[in-house]
Write a protein that binds this ligand. Structure first.
Ligand code: FES
Length: 767
């Protein structure tokens, strides 16, 4: 921390507060201009801090935010709709006079009530039920665009992006005949009332609007209750209330009626406006999208990641606990800032850049995570995709009106510009030349885009023999543009000739024009490396996925031991370069079977001098791992990459070292194809949600969970990255991954769900 108790006071746990933590004002200044940027200092130096102005602990890193979302028992959602600025007595009186009785809805209900209710109300949100809304959204989008297509200028927010999500929401809910302008004004008042900092005078005015909103919502509910057989989710909820009055009580019906009228459209409206603002601000990106509309689902996720409309959410600690390295006392209020998490470089490579090809973009936390994840996420995705598709088709020449200023409603959690002016030359509208384009459109599958479907095309710039059996390839953008940045330890998937293989990047991360990979020809392998060696030549176009990084370098350690075996030098070399640039204390040990089979020797000698230690077996030098690691200084980290037997030996030794001393990466799993004849079925119980899932012998645990509608993130799906880890409360695990260490396996409290299974018939998971 950069301050002292004398200067800036103490947190509730008695720790000195820093200047930044004390002075951070969520309602004014940088957070309201650019919330993710405003918290960069926190992600870098103080990822969990107490803010005395707000009286909340603020959580800003990806892993911490996700961990809080994940545990809805320890971190109760009960304060999610609490007024963040307490109302003065006059405002409370006003609310009372309208009979305002906002209580539990889906977002602020604790377990077990929450999941019981979610289960009986979820059907309308499932992908098959949403399919039928697609055509309505497309029809509305066309009709609204027709109104301004020949005009040449429009305020997208006020002439389209508010209206359509609201119409869709009302239709989805089964509400008809309401004054949309009035509902929009009510929604704004609800946001200010719950998440804003109105002055005492404004509080009274806002309370009047919120009171009227409540009465309007109650009127709608009463009308719907007169004929509960109607269409839409609210009619369905009323029917479920009649069937299960304990699970869906009267108070829930009322509170949900008001909350959903606002929540069902405001977030989509704002997210859409943010998306167009972001995409139109980068001409190259917009152009890419116009040329390749298949990128639309990924573009939507990337916009939700970079500029989502729900930027922060709240939780209450129900017991003494820790978030990251910080003690959090029972009863503490937490503001978890998803937009900051979405910009965390520890999870996303070049987090501040928009990359339409980013393969893990849908891991953003803009919809929350875990059992409280936004139920309407797939409706929002569907609308945003259709908007984008119709615009790139009908107005590819659209641009933002220059020099406009954007204003936002000051509050902690919801964000979208109040207006967004765009312009174009109507004479250039493509449909004037080719009216047939109006009838052409894609069908995007409801739900998050599938991983590994979005591949980037690159050109092979150079191919060189690097050493005996190793070829180095230099890749570049097809149009000579910059490629996304990367950090040491990152890899790409190289795809060509029907092969898809992962290779570490080994060039210079500051060179944004090129990626470099070095490929060992494996004559006994599965054919990929041989194909790449024999068939890829300068000028060829190949596909890649990534870069992504599952082997990150912790730059805060006191010293480093870097160990490479054979072609494992590629990520290790990038790490050594980085440590040298940082002025860190490191030693690099590189072993191979013969000197002329070892790559980059000259470059390594030149860059790392006496820190480089070479072990070439043909010269009689062998790497003695036991000796090398016999006396590790405190705080030293080991990063290793190389043959399986080298990593296994290190892992054996690591049992005696402090946790996280050894860091290594495997590029190939033992076996990823399931052989149902050798597997058995098993059952899992999800303790947090009370759901039982059966896992068949022909499917992975991850697949079974997803089939049951449970969101579990994943990446490699080969047991290599750890993204799909789930906590285990009971049952024997058959570990098959390459992620968990021996001691982690012994503890038996985590499973890598894409490959590991139950040893017996049952597992209990914390989900
Ligand atoms: Fe990578 Fe499971 S998704 S280990």
């Amino acid at each position: 921390m950069s301050g002292s108790s004398k200067d800036f006071g103490l947190s509730p746990t008695g720790c000195p507060l820093s200047r930044e933590a004390t002075e951070f004002d969520i309602f004014e200044g940088p957070y309201q201009v650019d919330p993710a940027e405003a918290l960069r200092w926190s992600r870098d130096r103080e990822p969990v801090f107490y803010n005395p102005r707000l009286g909340y602990w603020i959580v800003t890193r990806y892993d911490d935010v996700k961990a809080v979302f994940r545990d809805n028992i320890l971190f109760s959602p009960s304060i999610a709709l609490e007024k963040i600025t307490p109302a003065p007595p006059e405002a409370m009186e006003v609310l009372k006079s309208y009979g305002y009785a906002m209580d539990r809805t889906m977002v602020n209900e604790d377990e077990p009530a929450h999941m019981e209710r979610r289960r009986v109300l979820m059907d309308s949100f499932l992908p098959e039920a949403l399919e039928r809304h697609q055509e309505d959204v497309r029809r509305l989008t066309r009709e609204y665009m027709d109104r301004f297509i020949d005009r040449g200028e429009v305020d997208l927010v006020n002439e389209m992006f508010w209206d359509i999500p609201l119409i869709v929401a009302l239709h989805f809910l089964g509400v008809s005949g309401e004054d949309r302008e009035k509902l929009r004004a009510f929604s704004v008042a609800h946001t200010v009332n719950t998440w804003g900092r109105p002055s005492p005078e404004e509080q009274v005015k806002v309370a009047v609007s919120v009171g009227k909103f409540w009465q309007t919502a109650m009127g709608i509910l009463e009308r719907m209750r007169q004929d509960p057989s109607g269409d839409g989710w609210m009619h369905y909820t009323i029917r479920q209330h009649l069937k299960y009055p304990d699970v869906v009580p009267e108070s829930y019906l009322k509170s949900m009626m008001m909350a959903i009228l606002s929540a069902a459209h405001e977030t989509t409206s704002n997210a859409t406006a943010n998306m167009f603002k972001l995409l139109l601000s980068d001409r190259e990106v917009w152009q890419d999208l116009c040329e390749n509309p298949d990128l639309i689902p990924n573009a939507v996720e990337e916009c939700l990641r970079l500029s989502g409309s729900i930027i922060a959410w709240r939780r209450l600690a129900t017991d003494d606990t820790r978030v990251g390295d910080v003690d959090i006392p029972k009863g503490s209020k937490l503001l978890i800032v998803m937009t900051s998490a979405n910009h965390d470089e520890r999870h996303f490579e070049n987090p501040d850049e928009i990359d339409l090809y980013r393969d893990n973009t849908s891991e953003h936390l803009s919809f929350g995570y875990g059992s409280h994840q936004c139920m309407g996420k797939n409706i929002a995705r569907m609308e945003m995709r259709i908007f984008l598709e119709e615009f790139v088709k009908r107005l590819p020449h659209l641009e933002l009106v220059p020099d406009q200023s954007f204003s936002y409603l000051p509050n902690t959690s919801f964000r979208g510009p109040k207006s967004l002016w765009a312009r174009w030359d109507p004479a250039q509208n493509p449909e004037k030349q080719d009216p047939a384009i109006l009838d052409q459109h894609r069908h995007f599958k409801i739900g998050a885009p599938a991983k590994n479907e979005v591949v980037r095309q690159v050109r092979v710039g150079e191919a060189h023999e690097e050493s005996e059996g190793v070829k180095r390839f230099v890749l570049e953008h097809l149009h000579g543009r910059d490629l996304p940045g990367w950090t040491p330890g990152a890899h790409i998937d190289l795809i060509a000739g029907g092969f898809d293989r992962k290779y570490s990047l080994c060039g210079d991360p500051s060179d944004h024009k090129h990626y470099e990979v070095a490929i060992l020809r494996e004559d006994e392998g599965r054919g990929g490396s041989i194909y790449f060696h024999d068939h890829i030549a300068p000028g060829d176009t190949v596909s890649i996925i990534g870069p992504k990084n599952h082997f990150r370098l912790d730059e805060k350690a006191s010293s480093y031991l870097l160990i490479a075996g054979g072609i494992g030098i590629t990520p290790i070399m990038a790490m050594a370069d980085r440590l040298k640039a940082l002025g860190k204390d490191y030693q690099l040990h590189y072993a191979g079977r013969a000197l002329d089979h070892m790559s980059f020797i000259d470059r390594l000698k030149q860059t790392h001098g006496a820190r480089l230690h070479l072990y070439a077996r043909d010269l009689g030098r062998r790497l003695d791992l036991a000796n090398l690691t016999a006396d590790l200084p405190a705080g030293q980290k080991i990063y290793a990459c190389g043959p399986g037997r080298m990593l296994e030996a290190l892992e054996e030794m690591s049992a005696a070292w402090p946790d996280h001393t050894l860091n290594y990466e495997h590029f190939s799993s033992v076996e990823t194809t399931l052989d149902p004849s050798k597997e058995h079925d098993f059952d899992v119980t999800l303790a947090d949600s009370g759901v039982d899932v059966h896992v068949r012998s022909d499917q992975t645990l991850l697949q079974a969970l997803r089939e049951a509608g449970v969101d579990v993130s994943s990446d490699c799906e080969e047991g290599l990255c750890g993204a799909c880890e789930v906590q285990v409360l009971d049952g024997d695990i058959d570990h098959r991954d390459k992620v968990l260490s021996k001691s982690e396996r012994m503890r038996g409290d985590r499973i890598i769900s894409c490959c590991s299974r139950a040893r017996g018939g049952k597992l209990v998971l914390r989900l």
